[in-house]
Design a protein around this ligand. Structure first.
Ligand SMILES: [Zn+2]
Length: 92
């Protein structure tokens, strides 16, 4: 019965190894620390292939999706903020 005893020990060791690996994997997946490290705080998400438009009031470039739009005489103007839009409109 020596062979059978060895087999049981091998199975036990395998079970421990598998349990350990699953435990480590779960820790990495659910750990909030690991997630934070992968992000880059302070930098906005890059907008892939998005056009930049120039604010004619202050000269800043903004992605189209974030720009304030104003149509004047059939021409579209883009601004970084509502303030700039109002300034540009009142200025003429
Ligand atoms: Zn502006």
């Amino acid at each position: 019965m020596v062979e059978r005893g060895r087999f049981v020990i091998i199975r036990l060791i395998l079970a421990v190894i598998i349990f350990y690996l699953v435990y480590r994997l779960a820790q990495e997946v659910f750990s909030p620390k690991g997630r934070v490290q992968r992000e880059y705080p302070g930098t906005p998400a890059p907008s892939h292939g998005e056009d930049l438009v120039r604010d004619p009031c202050c000269g800043v470039y903004i992605p189209v999706s974030q720009a304030e739009r104003l149509e004047l005489q059939g021409e579209m103007h883009y601004f970084c903020s509502r303030e700039c839009m109002e300034k540009y409109r009142t200025r003429g």
